[in-house]
Design a protein around this ligand. Sequence first.
Ligand SMILES: [Fe+2]
Ligand SMILES: [Fe+2]
Length: 338
Amino acid sequence: MPGIDRVTLTMITDNYVDMLLPDLPNVTRTGLAHHFDPKTECVQGENGIALHVDVRWGRYRYQALFDTGMSHQVLLHNMKVLGLEADEIDHIVLSHGHPDHYGGLEGLLRHRQAPTPVSAHPDAFAPRYLRLASGQVAPYFNYGLTKEAIRDSGGLLVEHTEPLEIGPGLIASGPIPRVEEFEKAPTDLSAPNALLHIRDGKIEPDIVPDDQALVIQVGDDGIVILAGCSHAGIINTIRYAKQITGRDRVVGVFGGFHLGFPGTPRSKTDKTIEALRELNVEVIAPSHCTGMESIMAIGEAFPDQFMLNVTGSKVTLQAGTQPVVDLDVEARQKIGLQ
Ligand SMILES: [Fe+2]
Ligand SMILES: [Fe+2]
């Protein structure tokens, strides 16, 4: 299948804000000038992720939204600051049913005039609980995501359990096979920080089976992969994206790599780095739940591929064989990597 000519990814919501990052040939930031202009407002960070995807091919354009952050207040505020129109979004993809990914959905749908397709795995709606480090269970925490609320606010729910083409060059991956041993989720219901959910009336360890990525086919041979929280494992995600597209060249990987969750051993980050090296990823932009320590470790391991991606950053990736983004040297210096 032919890919699109160009994709621009805008980080509407992420955990971090940094007004001092420099622009690069393929990257623009909401930076210093913006920050000091009293006529403008600045982007806000929160724990969550929302990535705007703007694809162009020939004279055509298509816009998708991958996840919606934790709140519609931040999502809509940042969209306004970044000049993005809610009504121009053609399709929304939810990576999984956790509040830092669906939290802004209902408010965004209500803000729009037109009905909007929303794709998600059916398990995103299963009631979820978390065992705290103290051993107690935190209350049902994903009650804010219901099919009724999506429908009543103007969403057209598209439930799928297989890869789904949601637009030109864009594939919502559906469930990702859990192959890598080091990325397997713990399944002990009584362990601290254990995730639990209820399916068919039974309490089960929650491996987040609904977790999916958005895969963008760029040019003749490339793919760009967007991960929400990588509950399936970022390496499993990349391998599966290659498998479903039949494409080998990984132009970029953006989003949460899930290496910052409490109790995650450093060895998982080291194994991830090893596998990323084998996969020859051209631009590596970990954020959100990757955690600062792992973001720094990845930056150090990949000085030529790493990009520090924060709220308000906008990167454009083109079809072609040239390197797609310049080195983020100044950004790396800022977090002490050089
Ligand atoms: Fe997350
Ligand atoms: Fe999550």
